[in-house]
Design a protein around this ligand. Structure first.
Ligand SMILES: *Cc1c(COP(=O)(O)O)cnc(C)c1O
Ligand SMILES: [Zn+2]
Length: 401
C-alpha cells in the first residue's frame, strides 16, 4: 500500500529507520519521509486516482501509513479549488484561484497534518502526544487523537483564538495556557514531554505532519489537470505547508506525473509585518532566520517568531525563484473584506494576508496580470468570531425595513 522507505535528515542527509518512533536527527535537523518512488511510479499512474476516495488518502501509496487499519480520518483533503473572477478583476489579475482549506474537518488545513501524524503515531504504538500550538494545530491534533483514543496535552499562548481552545478541550485535550509566544510554549512542551513520556509532536519535530500537508501540492496538480500554476502564495508560520508543497512537486516530477520540462510554480512565503523573520532572512540573503522579538499580528496562525524549518522554506522559495513578502495587519483586514464581499468566501486572516501580498507584488511588477496565481486559504473565517467585528454594520430593525 505505502511505498514508505526511510527517513532522511533535511540537514545532514543521514538516513534513519522509519518503523520506529523518531523526532529530530542527532544533528537537530527535521527528518523528511522518503519513498521508493521508482516502484511507486511503476505501480501507480495519475489516471488510477480517478474514482478513489475524495480525501488526501487517495494518494495513500505516497503517504507514510503502512496498514489501512491505522488510518485515522475525518474526510480531510480534496478541498475545493475555484476561480476568484471578481477579486481578480479588481486586483488586475486574469487568473486568480483560491484553494479553500477552511472546508477541512476542524476548519483548517491543520487537519491534513494531524490526520497523517496521528495515523502514523497510532501505527507506531504511541498513546499520548504533547505539542505547542497557536490554535488550529491543537484543535486538529486533539480531534484526530480523540478518534484514535490517544491523550493530548497542549500548551498555547493565552491569546490563542478562543474557538480553537474550545474545540481542543471539547474533544478531550488538556490545554495549558501560557503568557508568551508559541516558541515559549514549545520550550515548556520539550521539557515536560520528556518527563511524562509524551510523544512530542511540535511542528517538524515529528516527521509525518508534513506528509499530510504535501498533499495540497498533489491536489493542486490533479485539480488543474496535471498542469501547474505560475505562482502559489502561502501564509507562512512554521512553513510546513510550503515545504510540503515543494516536496510534492519534487516527488511528482520524479514520478513522471508532470509534463516534461514543466516549470515549477514560484512559491511565495507570506508573513505578517509584525512577525516576519523569514522575510527578513530572505532579503538579507541568509539561509536561516533569527528569532523575531515581540511578534504580534491579527493572523495568529503565522505568528511564529522562529521556525525550525526556516532553512527549508528559504530553500523552497529560492529554488523555485519565488519570494517572501510581509503584509501589514491593515492590509490583511482589507484583503479579508475584499474576498468576502467580492467572492462570498469568508476566509481566515492568514489567508487574507495573501490578498495584500498579491496587491503589492502586482504593484512591484513581480507578478504580471496574465499569470495563473493560487492563494492557499488555510482556514475558515468562522473560527475567528471577533475578526472584523468592529467594522461590520449591524442594522437595527425598526418598524419596517
Ligand atoms: C498554522 C497555520 C498557518 C501556518 O502554517 P505553517 O505550516 O506553520 O506555516 C497558516 N494559517 C493558518 C490558519 C494556520 O492555522
Ligand atoms: Zn542530521
Amino acid at each position: 500500500m505505502s511505498f514508505l522507505s526511510h527517513l532522511e535528515c533535511s540537514r545532514c542527509r543521514q538516513t534513519h529507520e522509519a518503523d520506529r518512533v523518531q523526532n529530530l536527527c542527532t544533528c537537530g535537523g527535521p527528518l523528511l519521509v522518503r519513498y521508493d518512488l521508482k516502484k511507486a511510479a511503476a505501480a501507480l499512474r495519475p489516471a488510477d486516482l480517478a474514482g478513489r476516495v475524495s480525501s488526501l488518502w487517495r494518494y495513500r501509496e505516497l503517504l507514510p501509513v503502512r496498514s489501512p487499519d491505522n488510518i485515522v480520518t475525518l474526510g480531510e483533503g480534496m478541498t475545493p479549488l475555484f476561480r476568484l473572477p471578481r477579486l481578480g478583476e479588481a486586483l488586475g489579475l486574469r487568473e486568480l484561484w483560491l484553494k479553500d482549506e477552511g472546508l477541512n474537518p476542524t476548519a483548517s488545513f491543520k487537519a491534513r497534518g494531524a490526520a497523517t501524524g496521528v495515523s502514523r503515531a497510532k501505527e507506531l504504538g504511541i498513546t499520548s502526544i504533547a505539542m505547542p500550538t497557536n490554535g488550529n494545530a491543537g484543535g486538529a491534533w486533539a480531534s484526530y487523537a480523540a478518534r484514535a483514543g490517544m491523550s493530548v496535552t497542549l500548551v498555547m499562548p493565552t491569546d490563542a483564538p478562543a474557538m480553537s481552545v474550545l474545540e481542543a478541550t471539547a474533544v478531550g485535550a488538556r490545554a495549558y495556557m501560557v503568557k508568551g509566544q508559541i516558541t515559549d510554549a514549545g520550550a515548556i512542551v520539550a521539557r515536560s514531554a520528556k518527563a511524562h513520556g509524551w510523544f512530542e509532536a511540535a511542528t517538524l519535530k515529528e516527521p509525518y505532519r508534513i506528509e499530510g500537508k504535501k498533499t495540497m501540492g498533489y491536489e493542486l496538480a490533479e485539480q488543474l489537470g496535471w498542469t501547474l500554476p505560475d505562482v502559489i502564495l502561502y501564509p507562512t508560520g512554521g512553513g510546513v505547508g510550503l515545504i510540503g508543497i515543494y516536496k510534492a512537486l519534487l516527488e511528482m516530477r520524479e514520478l513522471g506525473w508532470l509534463p516534461e520540462g514543466v516549470r515549477f510554480p514560484r512559491l511565495v512565503a507570506v508573513q505578517a509585518e509584525g512577525c516576519q523573520p523569514i522575510v527578513k532572512a530572505f532579503r538579507e540573503g541568509r539561509d536561516t532566520s533569527e528569532k523575531w522579538e515581540n511578534a504580534s499580528t491579527v493572523a495568529q496562525g503565522i505568528r511564529v517568531p522562529k521556525a525550525l524549518g526556516d532553512f527549508l522554506v528559504l530553500q523552497a522559495v529560492r529554488e523555485t525563484k519565488g519570494t517572501c513578502v510581509a503584509v501589514a495587519d491593515a492590509d490583511t483586514l482589507w484583503g479579508l473584506t475584499q474576498v468576502s464581499r467580492l467572492e462570498g468566501a469568508f476566509i481566515c486572516p492568514e489567508g487574507a494576508a495573501l490578498v495584500g501580498a498579491v496587491r503589492s507584488l502586482l504593484k512591484d511588477g513581480w507578478l504580471t496580470p496574465d499569470e495563473r496565481v493560487v492563494l492557499l486559504n488555510t482556514g475558515a473565517g468562522i473560527k475567528y468570531p471577533d475578526i472584523l467585528k468592529s467594522e461590520l454594520p449591524v442594522l437595527e430593525l425598526n418598524a419596517t425595513l
